[in-house]
Design a protein around this ligand. Structure first.
Ligand SMILES: NC(=O)C1=CN([C@@H]2O[C@H](COP(=O)(O)OP(=O)(O)OC[C@H]3O[C@@H](n4cnc5c(N)ncnc54)[C@H](OP(=O)(O)O)[C@@H]3O)[C@@H](O)[C@H]2O)C=CC1
Ligand SMILES: O=C(O)C1=N[C@H](C(=O)O)C[C@H](O)C1
Length: 239
């Protein structure tokens, strides 16, 4: 596969290492200093793009890839208020797009456990639920994209919770997400269900960025030749 790597920071470099190990070619490594590679003439030489940049730049980067009609695998967090715009264009113009707030296999299994636990807890009013995410101090967004995914999964299943809030919450109908920033922390997510008599806590701890990067390359391999909107659930057969 010829890959246009959009974003050559911590994740871009981790993805490059795994893609090369698996025999793929990195055609372009795009960062703020060589954005000319985002032009159609360059991008259309790649089989697909893997995009891990910043909350402010992801939307435009994905549109550029659509202009060049190449599939995009994106993991950038903090821009999801614009996701529907991308989905609409993808549907209207028959493009190819795969987004995941977290590409690791472990977190995608953790998502399924979180959903099952939340469904069971809907009838158990005595339990309150809280979340915590811990990341490195360079992270730009809070709460993490993964924490938002976990929170949305709970909100869809637990009728006594109406919305998530980032920080301390006093209202019973709010789902509190605490964000901690400390180094080194590739990404830890905890969901705690507490009652007066006991707690149930589930935690996923990433030991490095390897799981995210490996999942993104697997998603890129899987998406080749497909058209439409996909998620890691499709890649992992969890649908
Ligand atoms: N979905 C998942 O599994 C995961 C998602 N993430 C998310 O991925 C994103 C990137 O994370 P990370 O690699 O740690 O961040 P870094 O800050 O290390 O890297 C971001 C990179 O994007 C580049 N960049 C900024 N603007 C543009 C632009 N307009 N065009 C092209 N490149 C640009 C930066 O360039 P320069 O160096 O020149 O500033 C830098 O190379 C974040 O949103 C993070 O939350 C992270 C881990 C896993
Ligand atoms: O910025 C990071 O590092 C990470 N971002 C993603 C997120 O916001 O959930 C995934 C992972 O936790 C690491």
């Amino acid at each position: 596969m010829k890959i246009a790597l959009i974003g050559y920071g911590k994740m871009g470099k981790a993805i490059e290492a795994i893609a090369l190990e698996r025999g793929h070619e990195i055609l372009y490594r795009v960062d703020l200093h060589n954005k000319e590679f985002l032009e159609k003439g360059f991008l259309q030489q790649a089989d697909l793009a893997i995009e891990f940049t910043t909350p402010d730049t992801a939307l435009e980067n994905i549109h550029r890839c659509f202009d060049a009609d190449i599939p995009v695998v994106s993991g950038t967090t903090g821009w999801l208020d614009k996701l529907e715009e991308i989905h609409q264009r993808c549907r209207q113009e028959n493009k190819t797009f795969l987004y995941a707030s977290n590409f690791s296999i472990g977190v995608n299994i953790f998502f399924e456990v979180n959903k099952q636990l939340a469904a069971l807890m809907n009838a158990q009013q005595q339990y309150d639920v809280k979340m915590e995410e811990i990341h490195h101090t360079q992270k730009k967004d809070a709460p993490s994209g993964t924490a938002i995914s976990l929170a949305e999964q709970v909100l869809e299943r637990v009728s006594r919770k109406k919305r998530w809030v980032n920080g301390e919450s006093a209202a019973a109908e709010e789902l509190e997400i605490r964000s901690r920033r400390e180094d080194p922390a590739p990404g830890t997510h905890t969901v705690t269900w507490g009652s007066p008599v006991d707690d149930i806590t589930i935690t996923h701890t990433a030991h490095s960025r390897e799981g995210f990067a490996s999942g993104a390359v697997t998603a890129a391999e899987w998406i080749q030749g497909k058209r439409g909107i996909f998620t890691m659930k499709d890649v992992l057969g969890l649908s």
